[in-house]
Design a protein around this ligand. Structure first.
Ligand code: GCV
Length: 844
């Protein structure tokens, strides 16, 4: 071998070794990347996995399973499987329905059955040959078994000798997509719809196919593809063939398609004089539309209905009940095997804030408990996990314990509406598990976790389960944040088995998504597991609910936005105390909706958990928590802890540089860096607001004291003008400066000692332009950037508050820092402050 050729070969070798890290990864494959395992694991898998795959069924899910095994094992373990429809004498992977496999060879599996959608993974020896059997109770269960086997391989589990049966906890494992037919998504943060565009189903359904694959891999078996704020047009005859195309793409993945419907459709679309659910013409209309759908989509899943809620029409127009409304559609669906999900999210959004007895949290129970037993067998009441609306912490909805003769499903929100809209990383399974594991103390035996109630186990209901509001979009990484994918994964895994721990789920997800480098696994799982508590700490602790812009974008901080309006997300903070009195004794009586054992613990401040204290009680700021801390000091401390924790996430992530592919490393770094900045806005806004309201000083003297901070309104301004910011707490010193000229300069004088500093420029980046900024010290340009982010705000507020940090700047006493802003469109290059902090070297 010549020297240059040897060099060439070693170059190739280096390239190959590095390929898993160097390759750009967009996140589109989610946790199904099938990236090559390490050498030792590859060798082990090559030893333990047979070299052919035998299938005997032409059904699409079984064929998909075969394709997945071929590509998965090739990618993970460099195995090239031979395809066969016979049992080869030298062994094989065998995948199929249990019935068909038994026909193929009695020796593959011992006797035994499988529950609905269950699978069996088993190594067997027949005539001296090794078989790795994947048997499914149904065709789609063959896929579930296949993905379970691939998960084992991908996480390095041994497959040398397996005998495992697994089955889902509940029959309903659905996602809802709040997609509008114009292609926009209500509360979607990952781009436009993968289903719809311009009033029609998209031509290219490639992403739908990829999504179906992701859903099948976590056991999801149904999907509604349009917004629950439904456009009646989805039921029009010309839409049926379009919806059928989506069903065709998802059917091979075992996912049934459904539609959200508008209750007024018989009138608005059908041109009937009424939509009264008891009117014979309306009954006939629903039947005809549903029959028509089933002609084109024989396995159509059913419908989701939001009625009498947030402006949607409903049965109240005619004095009919929610059961009447659900049943008229249920009866049209029943002959075809379809189901209707009737949403329990019904409340009055015009309630009088001045009436202390009014309480939105009561609504679901008050509306649906009296109707228990009146819903048809194929109707399911779909209940949000808490009584309000996906807040950062809520108790379990009391309605879960109040339906004994009605099917129910829990609605969890995967999309991060109130959870930082995918700009903040928040891993939600720990929150969901608190609800799922919560004992409602109802039913036979008196012990009933929410998961058992919704799955129909407690009251022996025929249907029930889990619905996740997913809202994926065309963004290559689906949600706009790589780390947010873990929420979809976690939802599916919990819907399959709610007894899984969050730690197990995130460990799996991390290994599948980033590989099994121990440092990566340790760091990513630690960030994810701490992220919900962290987010809660800086956005709404102690059961306050999210202190966000309730009447606007549900994103940035706005402490009073929830008050003095009819929406009912009230916290009732005033100058003496804070919290909603929901007690039976003196409050709204909400607590009385729980079974006595639960109600008793919530009713008294002595036993109410601190985490829900302000959800259940109104207390003075000086009230002492179980920890001994006062409420007000807890509010201060938790916000500082939350912001500090996010900063630590960023440093921890930085330690993974070079151990995660560059593209995802950079994108996650940018996201976490942004989150650090936002957590500081939240921290300062909430603590300042409560400081002003309560007049109680922070024992640690942090609130309203910001060393190194120079307010823009106190700088020397050239062209900039001072502006009051609303809400006041979202700008430091309550004010900002806006540029009212073609370009403006704010000059800040540095009064500290000579040294190296990090300089933070806090500015506002609204979504109506792309202003330019330049920072100089004397004639040294430190940084230049364009404020081109698209945060959901056109105003100067907590949502648009952004920061740019220039690190390791040498400054001397008397230096002047000039920030030059050039407005663009309606964006005024607004500034809040400059903060100068000694630089700390955090390199490890
Ligand atoms: C689809 C909240 C959200 C709405 C959503 C509604 C619902 O109010 O902000 O966007 O509407 O819940 O779940 O119906």
């Amino acid at each position: 071998m010549t020297a240059p050729f040897r060099l060439f070969l070693s170059f190739l070798f280096v390239l190959d070794l590095g390929s898993t890290l160097a390759e750009a990864e967009t996140g589109q494959a989610g946790w199904l990347r099938y990236a090559r395992l390490d050498g030792a694991t590859v060798q082990r898998m090559q030893r333990d996995v047979p070299r052919s795959i035998a299938t005997f069924e032409s059904a699409a899910p079984v064929q998909k399973a075969r394709e997945e095994l071929v590509s998965g094992l090739r990618g993970l373990a460099d195995l090239d499987l031979k395809l066969t429809d016979q049992l080869p004498p030298d062994g094989a992977i065998v995948a199929g329905t249990l019935t068909r496999l038994r026909q193929a060879s009695a020796g593959l599996l011992p006797t035994g059955t499988l529950p609905p959608d269950g699978f069996w993974l088993k190594t067997s020896t027949v005539n001296g040959a090794r078989f790795l059997v994947i048997a499914g109770e149904s065709e789609r269960a063959v896929l579930y078994g296949t993905f379970a086997l691939l998960r084992k391989v991908a996480t390095g589990d041994s497959v040398a000798a397996i005998d495992e049966k697994d089955a889902p906890y509940a029959p309903i494992r659905w996602v809802n997509e709040w997609n509008n037919i114009d292609g926009s998504i209500e509360r979607g943060y990952g781009g436009r719809s993968i289903f719809w565009e311009g009033g029609h189903i998209r031509e290219d359904l490639g992403r739908v196919n990829e999504y179906g694959r992701l859903l099948a891999s976590i056991g999801i078996n149904g999907i509604s593809i349009n917004n629950v704020n439904a456009n009646p047009r989805v039921l029009s005859p010309e839409f049926v063939p379009e919806v059928a195309r989506v069903a065709d793409v998802l059917r091979p993945w075992g996912v049934r398609v459904a539609l959200a419907i508008d209750f007024g459709s018989p009138q608005s679309l059908g041109k009937l004089p009424t939509y009264d659910p008891l009117d014979p013409s309306v009954i006939a209309w629903w039947k005809a539309r549903v029959d028509d759908l089933y002609k084109a989509i024989p396995d159509f899943g059913g419908c989701v209905l939001k009625a009498d809620s947030e402006g949607r029409v409903g049965p109240s127009t005619y004095g009919r009940t929610h059961a009447d409304a659900a049943n008229v559609v249920a009866r049209a669906l029943a002959p075809h095997g379809g189901v209707i999900f009737y949403r329990g999210f019904v409340y009055d959004h015009h309630m009088d804030w001045n009436n202390p007895k009014n309480d939105r949290a009561r609504a679901a129970y008050d509306n649906f408990h009296p109707l228990d037993g009146q819903f048809d067998a194929n109707a399911i009441v779909q209940i949000k996990h808490g009584p309000i609306d996906f807040q950062v912490r809520e108790p379990a909805s009391p309605l879960f314990g109040a339906l004994e003769r009605t099917n129910q499903a829990i609605e969890l929100q995967i999309t991060q509406e109130y959870m930082g809209q995918a700009r903040h990383s928040v891993f939600l399974p720990p929150m969901w598990k608190e609800t799922l594991d919560f004992d409602m103390h109802v039913g036979p035996g008196g012990s009933s976790p929410v998961k058992a109630l919704v799955a129909g186990k407690t009251f022996r209901r025929p249907l029930g389960g889990f619905v996740g509001v997913s809202n994926v979009g065309l963004n290559p990484n689906w949600y706009g944040n790589h780390l947010s994918q873990a929420n979809l994964y976690g939802f599916g895994r919990l819907a399959w088995n709610p007894d899984l721990t969050s730690a197990r789920i995130i460990d799996e997800w991390t290994r599948l998504t980033f590989g099994s480098d121990p440092g990566v696994v340790r760091t990513v799982t630690a960030i994810q597991l701490a992220s919900w508590r962290t987010y809660e700490n800086y956005t709404g602790p102690l059961g306050l609910q999210n202190l966000t812009d309730i009447v606007g974008n549900h994103y940035g901080v706005a402490v009073e936005a929830s008050e003095r309006n009819g929406w009912g997300q009230w916290h009732r903070a005033d100058d003496k105390g804070v919290g909603m009195d929901r007690t039976v004794a003196t409050g709204t009586g909400y607590i009385g909706q729980y079974a006595p054992a639960v109600a008793k613990s919530y009713e008294s401040v002595a036993t109410c958990p601190d985490d829900l204290l302000l959800f259940m009680h109104h207390v003075p700021y000086t009230h002492r928590l179980h920890s001994g801390k006062t409420v007000i000091q807890y509010l201060y401390d938790s916000h500082y802890e939350g912001a500090a924790a996010v900063e630590q996430f960023l440093h921890d992530w930085d330690s993974l540089n070079g151990r995660v592919d560059a593209e995802r490393f950079d994108e996650i770094r940018t996201q976490l860096d942004y989150q650090v900045g936002q957590s500081i806005v939240w921290r300062d806004a909430v603590t300042r607001w409560f400081h002003r309201a309560s007049s109680v000083a922070d024992a640690k003297n942090r609130v309203d004291h910001y060393p190194g901070r120079l307010e823009a309104e106190s700088a020397t301004l050239n062209g900039y003008v001072v502006k009051d910011v609303t809400p006041w707490e979202t700008a430091s010193g309550d004010k900002a400066v806006e540029c009212s000229a073609p370009s403006c300069i704010a000059t800040f004088r540095f009064a500290g000692g000579a040294g190296r500093y990090d300089v933070t420029i806090r500015y506002f980046d609204v979504n109506t332009g792309a202003a330019r900024f330049r920072v100089r010290v004397g004639d040294r340009t430190l940084a230049e950037w364009t404020a081109a982010d698209r945060v959901p705000s056109r105003r100067l507020d907590g949502s648009s508050s952004s920061r740019h940090v220039v690190r390791e700047v040498s400054l001397a006493p008397g230096d002047t820092i000039l920030v030059e802003g050039t407005p663009d469109g309606a964006e005024t290059a607004a500034l809040d402050y400059v903060e100068i902090q000694p630089h700390v070297d955090r390199r490890h």
